[in-house]
Design a protein around this ligand. Structure first.
Ligand SMILES: C[S@@+](CC[C@H](N)C(=O)[O-])C[C@H]1O[C@@H](n2cnc3c(N)ncnc32)[C@H](O)[C@@H]1O
Length: 284
């Protein structure tokens, strides 16, 4: 691909999603645009880029979608799910007196494995849609459609899903597996771009924004973390991916006192527990 074409695609993707496609991604851009070029009837990626340059919006949308990395799996990393079951949900129920449901936001849900894992886990804890609801969003329209359909290949099913849960919550349809409608009852799926204002979505008790910030530059990470912390209930919990951290990016949230992968709002009771544990280590 020509340098000017690579630069055009990189700048559009950055402006529209926040994703940084560095020079080492040149090969990836070319590979991912090839099927988009075919889809729009162009004989080459160069022709596709020409049409984007001359203002073909559907081609631009499809090119941007193709640049999102949607890698995900059921119960990814396991620890966050164990922490939600063993620490977060019990702590929230202990603190809450009202019967309002606990609200979870999966802010980059990809093809749905993350919110469906949460839904299964919550049913296993005996918690239905009236007790815990989930908003699941992603910038990619096609991923949100896939997530809504809840149909997975044998390969996807084999990644992270325990056999016991497969048996209980999925039915086989030919070569694929469909989620039981019960799992989707507590989930609202919606296309949403985290670069847009999200305060109007409300306040959440638990936010998962996992394996997304790694694709963003520092300024964008800071901005999103700052705004996510505002969307977190005062005693809420934020989950990032295993390779992501808030260190050097924000003081709005701090690590949970005892559990890895969880962040809590600075100044909250949860954070004071963290401060006490840090002081205890310092005085040892
Ligand atoms: C690697 S997946 C992570 C999926 C899941 N959270 C997990 O950890 O398995 C990253 C997702 O972020 C989405 N994404 C990228 N930019 C986004 C943006 N600006 N707003 C919302 N989602 C975005 C992508 O479409 C992709 O599905």
């Amino acid at each position: 691909m020509k340098l000017e074409d690579l630069e055009l695609i990189s700048s559009i993707v950055h402006r529209r999603t926040g994703i940084v496609l560095g020079r080492q991604k040149d090969y990836l851009i070319d590979t991912r645009l090839a099927p988009v070029a075919r889809q729009f009837g162009h004989i080459s990626v160069e022709k596709l880029v020409q049409s984007i340059r001359s203002g073909c919006k559907p081609a631009e949308d499809a090119a941007v979608e193709s640049m999102t990395t949607n890698e995900t799996l059921f119960f990814r990393d396991k620890l966050p799910f164990d922490n939600i079951t063993n620490i977060v949900i019990p702590e929230l129920f202990k603190k809450r007196s009202s019967s309002a449901p606990i609200k979870i936001w999966c802010a980059a849900c990809s093809s749905g494995q993350e919110p469906y894992s949460l839904s299964m886990m919550l049913y296993e804890m005996g918690l239905g849609p009236n007790q815990v609801s989930i908003l699941a969003t992603d910038v990619s329209y096609s991923m949100v459609e896939r997530a809504k359909n809840g149909i997975y290949s044998q390969f996807e099913i084999q990644r992270g899903l325990p056999a016991k849960l497969l048996e209980k919550y999925f039915t086989q349809e030919g070569l694929t597996w469909k989620i039981s409608s019960r799992l989707a009852e507590r989930i609202e799926f919606r296309q949403f771009n985290l670069l847009d204002e999200f305060a109007y979505l409300g306040v959440f008790d638990i936010i998962l924004c996992r394996n997304l910030l790694i694709y963003f530059d520092e300024a964008r990470k800071k901005d999103i973390l700052h705004r996510l912390s505002k969307s977190l209930a005062h005693d809420g919990y934020l989950f990032l991916g295993a390779a992501e951290t808030v260190l050097g990016l924000t003081n709005d949230v701090v690590p949970h006192a005892t559990a890895k992968t969880i962040y809590v709002r600075a100044g909250s009771d949860n954070a004071q527990q963290y401060n006490r544990s840090v002081q205890a280590v310092a005085f040892r």
